[in-house]
Ligand binder design. Structure first.
Ligand code: GLU
Length: 504
């Protein structure tokens, strides 16, 4: 039987980065086995539905390259793939369980449920449940006379359908990542399967769909582990074979706790996939990073593309313990993927970046120069334009600490002499070697160290005190820009070189 897996998000908000990892592991597993990867939207909880969330999920998956074989927007033989369009199926199955004696109607009002919980809490029960014991004192089709149940149903009274969890049973299942897992049935509630609005809860819809969509492996986050015993009961009562189960390790923040919205915000880690897209992360980098968040190929490799990951992926290399989200590592991946991109592709990306920022776009040869010089030094595409803005605009300010440190009394005379030497070089001969030779010759002639010229030249050309090697930088900027900027700095800096004291 061919492998079929699904990513089954609820459209309750923007897709979380942890959700993308779940989708990725499902995708890799499907591709590894030549099976199918399905997107199913679990939108039966109307109170948590968020407009636009489904679009965000789809956009995020496409951005990451996790193309699914079946889904709400691409169709497929087991549709519809949106649970809100399948409610009749769930309703039928909930009633079928009642008929078989594995579920029952319950008519309790919210007040009655609350009263039951309070009563049990007062009696010293810290986690009161609607279960094999308490159900006997509640208003349901197990306690009320058949006649009355029928009357209530016919009168259209509100009811839910609850799962009749057996008493005193140990429910075991094998988890592909964790091994055997066991839950006492005492720990389970008589789960509501069908709500009073006629819609199913997650548990019922999830099991019914996994069955009818012929899902072979359920791969999902650890937070669903405690739901699995309920699902196991449902499979048993329907007489269906459960799919194989695999629960992925929690994602931890670098301080050890769960990577919650709150802890992530405190640590400056974005949580929504959209934030990563907007921050300029490359999909290849995010995918590679997420793949290693709880899995590794068992060898030295760290940089792996989607097809390579799919080839290497297996559930038995997924770890049980939590996986720490190392944001710096993700930035490192981004940098690695920028370095691996062909120059021409980066030139296009820089061009788009400039246009988006309404900055002038220089000619192609110049852009290639910038890309070649900077591609080893940036972590994000936008840094070609933001960190080294001076490639595209003459500096209008000069770093005060640079002026203080490097702009000496004789600097203007030295720089003017250098400018004259540069002016004498023909445009076609304006190479890194040539501008360096001129600088060193001048320093020797004046009996000063080369550094006395290098630092103020950098400051004049870029406004900054650091950056790529000065002579390569000058070659990229070209003769005209260098001359213009030196001239300008010589005009501007002397007047402003008295740095005002920093306020206390
Ligand atoms: N709808 C659930 C979610 O939001 C699906 C969990 C599962 O994969 O079973 O994650």
């Amino acid at each position: 039987m061919s492998v079929r897996v699904r990513f089954a998000p609820s459209p309750t908000g923007l897709l979380h980065i942890g959700g993308l990892r779940t989708a990725l592991y499902n995708y890799l597993f499907a591709r590894h086995h030549g099976g199918q990867f399905i997107l199913r939207i679990e939108d039966t909880d109307q109170s948590r539905y968020v407009e636009g969330a489904e679009e965000d999920i789809i956009r995020s998956l496409r951005w990451a390259g996790l193309l699914y074989d079946e889904g709400p927007d691409v169709g497929g033989p087991y549709g519809p793939y949106r649970q809100s369009e399948r409610s009749e199926l769930y309703r039928r199955h909930a009633h079928e369980l009642v008929q078989k004696g594995y579920a029952y109607y319950a008519f309790d009002t919210p007040e009655e449920l609350e009263a039951m919980r309070e009563r049990l809490q007062r009696a010293g029960n810290p986690s009161p449940k609607y279960n094999a014991i308490t159900r006997l004192s509640m208003k349901n089709s197990l306690t009320l006379p058949e006649e009355e149940v029928r009357r209530r149903l016919e009168a259209g009274e509100a009811y839910v359908i609850r799962l009749k969890v057996p008493r005193g049973e140990v429910i075991r299942f094998y988890d592909e990542i964790r091994g055997w897992v066991a839950f006492e049935s005492e720990e389970l509630d008589d789960q509501v399967l069908l709500k009073s609005d006629g819609l199913p809860t997650y548990h019922l819809a999830n099991v019914v769909d996994d069955h009818y969509m012929q899902i072979t492996h359920v791969i999902r986050g650890e937070e669903w582990l405690s739901s699995t015993p309920k699902h196991i009961l449902l499979y048993r009562y329907f007489g269906w074979e459960p799919p194989k189960m695999a629960h992925l390790p929690l994602i931890l923040n670098p301080q050890g706790g769960k990577l919650s919205k709150r802890s992530a915000a405190e640590l400056g880690i974005p949580v929504n996939v959209r934030d990563y897209i907007e921050a300029g992360f490359l999909p290849e980098a995010v995918v590679n990073f997420l793949a290693f968040l709880g899995w590794n190929p068992g060898d030295e490799r760290e940089i792996m593309t989607l097809p390579e990951l799919a080839e290497a992926f297996s559930l038995d290399r997924v770890v049980k313990s939590g996986a720490v989200f190392n944001f710096d590592k993700l930035k490192w991946y981004n940098q690695q993927y920028i370095r691996r991109k062909p120059d021409a592709e980066l030139v296009e990306a820089v061009r788009r970046e400039l246009i988006a920022r309404q900055m002038p776009v220089p000619d192609e040869a110049y852009l290639f120069g910038v890309v070649r010089l900077m591609k080893e030094r940036v972590e994000f595409i936008h840094e070609f334009v933001t960190f080294s803005r001076y490639f595209f605009e003459d500096p209008t300010e000069y770093a005060p600490e640079g002026i203080e440190k490097h702009w000496k009394e004789d600097t203007p005379a030295l720089l003017e002499a250098y400018r004259k030497r540069l002016e004498a070089i023909a445009e076609t001969e304006f190479t890194a070697e040539r501008v360096e030779a001129e600088l060193r010759a001048l320093a020797a002639e004046r009996g000063v160290s080369a550094a006395r010229l290098i630092h103020p030249t950098r400051l004049a050309l870029t406004g900054m005190t650091f950056g790529p090697g000065l002579f390569e930088l000058m070659a990229v900027l070209g003769r005209e820009r260098c001359l213009r900027r030196l001239h300008r700095a010589l005009e501007l800096i002397p007047a402003s070189w008295q740095v005002p004291p920093t306020p206390e």
